[in-house]
Design a protein. Structure first.
Length: 644
């Protein structure tokens, strides 16, 4: 496996592949001298963590090699082993760098499985089709989908946004949407004595939090306390008294997705341009003009159209004075002129009203008075924009806070008519303007750890019971912050989330050639949802649903009953390309436990990372070093000279 990147996602992806799937990994990073002091320090830290966690095994079969290269050209990819590699992940933050390297890699090895990190989803769809078509043309008869050599384009923002959006409503409930698949989980507190907990569809996890320890050990996987138990069996759930649970309550597409509605800001109804009083004034003037036209037609022998034309000329004061005409004609002309005088202020009011309506639509909305139980979203960058879109789809009221008026998510907030406050969240009065004292939760998603922490601490000083979710880069720092905030505010809910930690399992699963549908964070661990074909999996084939259940490893949640030719090619399709009704996909949730799995069946299952690795046949061989042990002969990074 080859991983090309220079940030935390590359580090965690390489660690995931080597420690969970026990794959040989080559990490390609840019040399430190090309970057500034801060980036150089971060790159050195990433390199050090990767080399300290992932070392050579005793058998020498699984290792991590580090190659430093200034550019990702064909020579660098060939030196990294792209011609014989199974998969290549391009996870640089720059889309152009990833696209250029993907084109070069496809020329080197048409059979190479590509996983590309792109923020632009539409461009990613076109790139997938282009690279798969190039592979099919390079090798006649090659079917990228059938041979598992296809291209997968993922976005760390899209992968992590559902979990971050779920954190805003988590506490007693959690909603996770992974592209086209919608999952709803419920986090339940320990039942009181004598109460029987509702198991829901199935129990996904037992939380580390107990009645005596509500904070639990959520801060870190390395905590000395008992961590969460993922995918427990019924006996374990029944025996675990006093522990919270994560229960799968509903798994339907229409239940949590609001009905389609016309996006605000695209066209305006008549009531926005012409209020009721203005419409009544215009209707009265129109009726007066019509009456004058009818009177002119009756008092003269002119054609009705000619009478209406003359009335309009009188109305706009562009007709000759009716000197010497009949008395009725003169009276009608005076009345028409009076109606014209009344028409001028009405037209002016309509113009001003229309101008104000369009100007308001082009400007950012201010938080309305009395708004409460909303989510305050801090930061409209790459991650914040995706989270805002998810929260809007779920119908959750949001107030955004952004310092940069040209941030990436400002146009989306303006189009969705989401109230937005421009200003530094660490300055006094900014969070108050967003209604933090009446908010349901705070999502601090800026790229600065200190800004997120300062905003969270200030929000807690205003509202001690506020639900807070922080995006923090460093895991150790996140653990310390989490424990301190939970100790200081034991009754308030605190979450610390790392985008790279949430996204790395999905990228690793795509590199292994399997379809990862989404992930649910359970404290500091991750539960994966995948779609697998039963064929060639001896743990599933020929077994019943009940027999295939492996507590703590995997559990089948749904069965695709559609014929193989009628199945959706990708259950993780984006909503724009998804079916409007999930039932059309043929998915049956909670299938009968006695159903015997056939090779042609496709199942949707929840699995731990280790459980998915076992299903994929990637367990460590005998003599392999356990994950996390250092190696004394780990390789030093190889330097590739920069081109002249």
């Amino acid at each position: 496996m080859i991983v090309c990147g220079d940030d935390a996602l590359a580090e965690r992806l390489a660690r995931e592949l080597a420690t969970v799937y026990r794959e040989r990994v080559t990490l390609v990073v840019p040399p430190a001298p090309r970057t500034g002091a801060v980036a150089r320090a971060r790159a050195s830290a990433v390199l050090g963590r990767v080399q300290s966690v992932i070392g050579r095994t005793d058998a020498g079969r699984h290792a991590t090699d580090v190659l430093e290269a200034p550019d990702l050209d064909e020579g660098v990819l060939a030196e990294a082993g792209a011609r014989g590699a199974a998969a290549l992940a391009l996870v640089h933050e720059d889309d152009e760098t990833n696209i250029r390297a993907a084109l070069a890699a496809r020329r080197l090895n048409p059979r190479l499985r590509l996983v590309i990190r792109l923020y632009n989803r539409k461009l990613g769809q076109h790139l997938e089709e282009l690279l798969d078509q190039a592979a099919a043309l390079a090798v006649p008869g090659l079917d990228p989908a059938a041979l598992d050599t296809s291209t997968t384009v993922l976005s760390d923002a899209d992968t992590a946004a559902p979990a971050l959006a779920a954190t805003a409503v988590a506490g007693t409930s959690k909603v996770v949407q992974a592209d086209g698949l919608l999952l709803r989980a419920v986090e339940r507190t320990p039942p009181a004595a004598g109460e029987v907990a509702d198991p829901g569809l199935c129990t996904l996890a037992l939380l580390s939090s107990t009645t005596d320890d509500p904070a639990g050990a959520e801060g870190s996987d390395a905590s000395g306390r008992e961590g969460p138990a993922l995918l427990p069996d019924d006996e374990t759930v029944a025996a675990a008294t006093g522990r919270g649970t994560v229960v799968l309550e509903t798994v339907t597409h229409a239940a949590a997705t609001p009905s389609p509605r016309r996006p605000a800001g695209r066209g305006f109804p008549l009531g926005s341009l012409f209020p009721a009083r203005l419409r009544r004034s215009l209707a009265g003037l129109a009726a007066s003009v019509l009456a004058l036209a009818v009177a002119a037609w009756l008092t003269t022998e002119n054609h009705p159209l000619h009478a209406a034309y003359v009335t309009l000329l009188d109305l706009f004061a562009i007709n000759d004075p009716a000197i010497g005409a009949s008395t009725s004609r003169q009276v009608l002309q005076l009345l028409a002129g009076l109606a014209g005088l009344l028409l001028l202020p009405v037209l002016l009011a309509a113009a001003l009203e229309a101008f104000g309506t369009f100007r308001t639509a082009a400007a950012l909305r201010r938080p309305p008075r009395g708004l409460s139980r909303h989510v305050v979203l801090l930061g409209l960058g790459k991650i914040g924009t995706r989270v805002l879109s998810r929260l809007h789809e779920l119908g959750i009221p949001v107030v955004c806070v952004e310092e940069d008026p040209d941030a990436r998510g400002i146009p989306l907030a303006r189009r969705l008519r989401v109230p937005t406050v421009l200003g530094d969240a660490t300055q006094e009065g900014v969070l108050e303007a967003a209604g933090i004292d009446r908010a349901h939760a705070l999502l601090a998603l800026t790229s600065s750890d200190t800004t997120n922490l300062e905003a969270a601490l200030y929000a807690r000083s205003v509202e001690p019971g506020l639900r807070v979710a922080l995006r923090l880069y460093d895991d150790d720092f996140a653990t310390a912050v989490h424990r301190t905030l939970r100790a200081a505010h034991p009754q308030a809910l605190t979450r610390s989330r790392s985008v790279s930690t949430l996204a790395a399992p999905a990228f690793a699963g795509a590199m292994m050639g399997r379809q990862i549908l989404g992930a649910i964070p359970v404290e500091r661990r991750v539960l994966l949802f995948a779609a697998l074909t039963v064929a060639r999996h001896h743990q599933l084939e020929g077994r019943t649903i009940a027999e295939s259940f492996r507590p703590g490893a995997w559990r089948i949640l749904a069965l695709d009953t559609a014929a193989p030719g009628d199945r959706l090619p990708d259950l993780a399709a984006t909503p724009a390309h998804d079916t409007p009704d999930r039932a059309a996909a043929g998915l049956v949730w909670a299938p009968h436990p006695g159903y015997v799995l056939r090779p042609q069946d496709r199942v949707v299952l929840a699995a731990t990372r280790q459980g998915l690795a076992e299903l994929l046949g990637r367990q460590p061989r005998s003599g392999a070093r356990p994950p996390g042990l250092r190696s004394e002969n780990r390789p030093a990074p190889r330097q590739r000279p920069a081109p002249e």
